[in-house]
Design a protein around this ligand. Sequence first.
Ligand code: 3PG
Length: 345
Amino acid sequence: VGDLSGSDLKGKKVFVRADLNVPLDDNQNITDDTRIRAAIPTIKHLIQNGAKVILSSHLGRPKGVTPKFSLAPLVPRLSELLGINVVKADDCIGPEVEKLVASLPEGGVLLLENVRFYKEEEKNEPEFAKKLASLADLYVNDAFGTAHRAHASTEGVTKFLKPSVAGFLLQKELDYLVGAVSTPKRPFAAIVGGSKVSSKIGVIESLLEKQVCSRCNSKIVPASAIPDGWMGLDIGPDSIKTFNEALETTKTVIWNGPMGVFEFDKFAIGTEAIAKKLADLSSKGVTTIIGGGDSVAAVEKVGVAEVMSHISTGGGASLELLEGKELPGVIALDEAIVVTVQNLL
Ligand code: 3PG
């Protein structure tokens, strides 16, 4: 989007797909606005250049129209961050939306209702994509968190709307997750953990619910000597020392996956130690990249998120990218960035 000049944008209706899938509490209050804040630079750039922004996102995984998954609670925060009154549509396609688009001033923002209220979104139905596309003159995808989904608003729409370009957030995520990882300043370290543990969290939680966790038995043993009937739920002091020593001389580190079941304080020691080590390295100029929902939650829990070089807004998307998969929402764009981590390594 940075390549589009003021004259490309002034008066143009721009369909912006963002990932505003933020957590809400029972009273519909936003409990973490990271994704909203991350979407702001692209929207600001567009409105400052006189574009009319038609903003689209999903929220949660609704089955049909579900009020608790409405995007309405996001309007005040978006308006505050943008410094304008964001208008909210009750739908994402149809005559009412068209009317609102027609009355949108240059520099205005219209937030469409949850695009997943239509099953056609996830099915990537061309007719639905065409209806979304018909609202605008050009398309900007800034929804990195949803770029691994081939949905109507992330992939299908690009077939009907040209140009289709990447927003600043999507570009930044790719720069870090593909660029920095494929041509890292070396030594380069990847810390990968968590996946098997996280898939067992439900089991572990239900097991621990049956006990009082702070009193459940734990002991530190070599990884090769975990007794029968016991589970390895964190790394111990020797492993922490090994990680710290290995990381000491690195220039780039990517971390994906916690070291243990950090949701429980008792098993958060290894994860916290790595988070602190990365924070220390980051403050010394090492490039530190955190990807994947659990690792991001871990650095936030430890309070060191601010010092990291890059915190990805994509959980599943960053994992798929690091696995070497192509992201449908990215390769559908005009300036198709068809590189993946794998084919660059
Ligand atoms: C996420 O939270 O990872 C993205 O918003 C994608 O959501 P999804 O997994 O429901 O497609």
